[in-house]
Design a protein around this ligand. Structure first.
Ligand code: FES
Length: 132
């Protein structure tokens, strides 16, 4: 998966067209203003899927909201995923810290593990799931 595929650049002139069949709105870009990240729950007939969307220096990224250490939810309160500097995603359970741009864990207890990235695109002030 390329860097571009994981992060969707916010500027319209860099965006790829969004196939209509795969466009599912996750959140508005301004939903990320307050905390820098947002939890999203997707539900269907037979599934519930929890994601997090994070904004970092003009790019937006999305991951499954599951820690690779013990598969726990990462947030300690709704939309609270980042450390106090807003630099890293922190797992609420055992405080593993993950880089926002690639989801790689940089501390114990799961150093080197990665969050599962989700394909997204940004368009028209919103973030969309971009999976087939
Ligand atoms: S469950 Fe996330 S660090 Fe242990």
């Amino acid at each position: 998966m390329s860097e571009f595929a994981r992060g969707a650049r916010l500027y319209h002139n860099y965006l790829l067209p969004i196939p209509p069949m795969t466009k599912q709105r996750l959140c508005e870009l301004n939903d990320l203003d307050r905390t820098g990240a947002k939890g999203v729950i997707l539900t269907g007939d037979s599934y519930t899927r929890e994601l997090l969307v994070v904004l970092k220096i003009g790019y937006v990224y999305a991951y499954e909201n599951r820690c690779p250490h013990k598969a726990r939810l990462l947030d300690w309160m709704p939309d609270q995923f980042l450390d106090e500097d807003g630099e890293l995603i922190v797992c609420a359970r055992h405080a593993a810290m993950f880089r926002t741009h690639d989801g790689r864990c940089v501390t114990e207890p799961c150093t080197g593990a990665t969050l599962r990235a989700v394909e997204i695109m940004a368009d028209d002030g919103a973030v969309f799931l971009n999976e087939s």
